[in-house]
Design a protein around this ligand. Structure first.
Ligand code: F6P
Length: 378
């Protein structure tokens, strides 16, 4: 054995990983349970770690709400929608509502969360979530917590990964709705307007619109001109097409105008609830084209139910890779899909920028080549 050179530091041995944990944060989506299953199986089968599930996202880390997950607990989860751990998309730990002297004040409760992580002896926290969850996860990383991120969201708006799981299931749901709306629109010679989710990015509307043969697609990345939408529908009418199908992202808005909210964002930073754009558009289309209009809002149907085969596979691969990253001690990384390969990237890169649709990119051009109006002049 070669002697240790004088003056050279002997590196400290890293603590052996024994207890790993997983939480699901933000709005739910199909595939969360498949991630949990993949992660628990790989962690126990390959690495022999004990896995603790954290209840209700970061709320569970704050209140100390944990549950051991064994391979038996995850049997059959690949097809189950929602999350067996529960989730929360309210109460950011860095701006957490706390009642003090009868009034609500906002506090940074990350130190309490870190205390609980130490108390439970969690060697790693795996956070499955979208943009908001990844920002909190990165903040924990910066405080020295060993974290791994797994990207989810039906909106497909997270940077770095080619796609998030949950998105494919949501697009399938929206496409199915368009197929159904087509038949009734055609029978009654009506304009049917479908509102889908998509706060900042219009992926669901764009890809479901292409797959489901929409005539107009309105997305947040292209502020629309109502006149163009009406002209397009009127042109169809003149060409003998007595019905039209419009799909709108909830976060789309007219050029020079604002997004439509059911509940406005609060002055204290509480997020608002988008909704109502389809009705807004419907009234105006009916006025300017003299056609009968009807509205369908898909809402949380897009977030519920069984994941598609694509999402089951992607979510399972993400869950297994999260365990592999822990074994390689690649903390602060988020698993991601690049092409057909599962890779990883720094969480801080993933939260830099949302995955916006390029208004002049291939997907939008494909829609326009089909004769779809994106609510802008050609
Ligand atoms: O982030 C996903 C998302 O589906 C958004 O498109 C939507 O605005 C939001 O969640 C709605 O969340 P909730 O109704 O659960 O608060």
């Amino acid at each position: 054995m070669s002697p240790v050179k004088k003056g050279k530091k002997i590196s400290k041995r890293k603590k052996k990983i024994e207890i790993v944990s997983i939480l699901t944060g933000g709005g739910d989506c199909p595939g969360l349970n498949a991630v949990i299953r993949g992660f628990v199986r790989a962690s126990t089968n390959i690495y022999g770690w004990k896995v603790l599930g954290i209840k209700d996202g970061f709320d569970g880390l704050l209140s100390g709400s944990f549950k051991e997950l064994t391979t038996d607990d995850v049997v059959g989860l690949q097809l189950r929608g929602g999350t067996i751990l529960g989730t929360s998309n309210r109460g950011n730990p860095m701006h957490y509502p706390v009642k003090k002297g009868g009034i609500i004040v906002f506090e940074n409760v990350l130190p309490d969360i870190i205390k609980n992580i130490k108390k439970q002896k969690l060697d790693v926290v795996v956070a499955v979530g979208g943009d908001g969850t990844m920002k909190i996860t990165q903040a924990l990383r910066e405080k020295g917590v060993n974290v791994i991120g797994v990207p989810k969201t039906i909106d497909n708006d997270l940077g770095v990964t080619d796609v998030t799981f949950g998105y494919n299931s949501a697009v399938a749901c929206a496409t199915d709705a368009l197929d159904k709306l087509h038949t009734t629109a055609e029978s009654h010679h009506r304009v049917l307007i479908l509102e889908v989710m998509g706060r900042d990015c219009g992926w669901i509307a764009l890809e479901a619109g292409i797959a489901g043969g929409a005539d107009v697609i309105l997305i947040p990345e292209i502020p629309f001109v109502l006149d163009e939408v009406c002209k397009h529908i009127h042109k169809r009418k003149l060409a003998g097409k007595k019905f039209s199908i419009v799909i709108v992202s909830e976060g789309a808005y007219p050029k020079g105008g604002n997004k439509v909210y059911i509940k406005q964002p609060g002055p204290d930073g509480t997020p608002g609830r988008l909704g109502g754009l389809a009705n807004w558009v419907s009234e105006r289309i009916s006025y300017c084209t003299a056609l009968e209009t009807r509205v369908a809002v898909l809402g949380h149907l897009q977030r519920g139910g069984t994941p598609t085969t694509f999402d089951r596979i992607l979510a399972t691969r993400f869950g297994v890779e999260a365990a592999n990253l822990i074994a390689e001690r690649k903390f602060g990384k988020m698993v991601c899909l690049k092409g057909r390969t599962i890779k990883s990237a720094d969480i801080k890169e993933a939260i830099k920028e949302l995955n916006h649709i390029d208004p002049d990119g291939q997907s939008v051009k494909t829609a326009e080549a089909l004769g779809v109006s994106m609510g802008r002049p050609y």
